[in-house]
Design a protein around this ligand. Structure first.
Ligand code: CO
Length: 216
């Protein structure tokens, strides 16, 4: 597809939105007040807004390979801090997806270059929960289970950031969710790791991990 086509698509998209709501872009250019922060995989098959049917202005988005929340990643932390402290989002959604190439590469210990260092974080998650992977019959099952484990672990990581901890301390209402998206059916699944209270963080994770064991 030539790049010219992208500009043509963009023109049509803008026209369509204007036709539906002539004030849409004018209103949006003045402010954004999204309710949700989405932390998802960079995979081109998992377009955040589209999956959940939200318009521009409704979803604050951070994406990286394999939806990892690293304690010292200033990029992700800055997005989260702005979302929580300034935009006052009410929900932080960590959304992974089945068949994640990053998770698969981590599981296979593949050598792909610089990204191997990033995927070490996913390998750490995989090594942390050997019991949860042991009962997988095929490699695909193992990849998908690792995708689920990774989401649940990242929910914990979000909850442990100074940003969310401070928000909870001051009584701000922030709920973290762990979801996973199916590339094969376009459907989201809630991994039931939802938490909005620092004292329930570990319990929420344990419950979600138990849920995984029961689903197999
Ligand atoms: Co992915």
């Amino acid at each position: 597809m030539p790049l010219r086509q992208l500009f043509e698509n963009n023109r049509q998209w803008s026209q369509q939105i204007n036709a539906d709501d002539p004030k849409f872009f004018e209103k949006l250019s003045k402010q954004q007040s999204p309710t949700y922060l989405w932390i998802g995989c960079a995979d081109s098959r998992v377009p955040a807004n589209e999956i959940v049917g939200l318009l521009p202005g409704e979803l604050f988005v951070h994406r990286n390979v394999a939806n990892v929340v690293v304690h010292s990643d200033l990029n992700c932390l800055s997005v989260m801090q702005y979302a929580v402290d300034v935009l006052k989002v009410k929900h932080i959604i960590v959304c992974g997806h089945y068949g994640c190439g990053g998770v698969q590469a981590a599981l296979r210990d593949q050598r792909l270059g610089l990204i191997d260092n990033w995927l070490r974080h996913v390998q750490d998650v995989i090594h942390k929960y050997p019991k949860h992977i042991a009962n997988c019959a095929t490699e695909l099952d193992m990849v998908n289970r690792s995708c689920e484990l990774n989401v649940i672990e990242q929910v914990l990581n979000v909850g442990q950031t100074t940003i969310v901890q401070a928000a909870w301390d001051r009584g701000q209402n922030v709920t973290i969710h762990g979801w996973i998206y199916g590339l094969q059916n376009g459907l989201l699944k809630d991994l039931k790791a939802t938490v909005n209270d620092p004292s329930k963080l570990k319990d929420a994770q344990a419950r979600a991990l138990e849920g995984l064991m029961e689903s197999k």
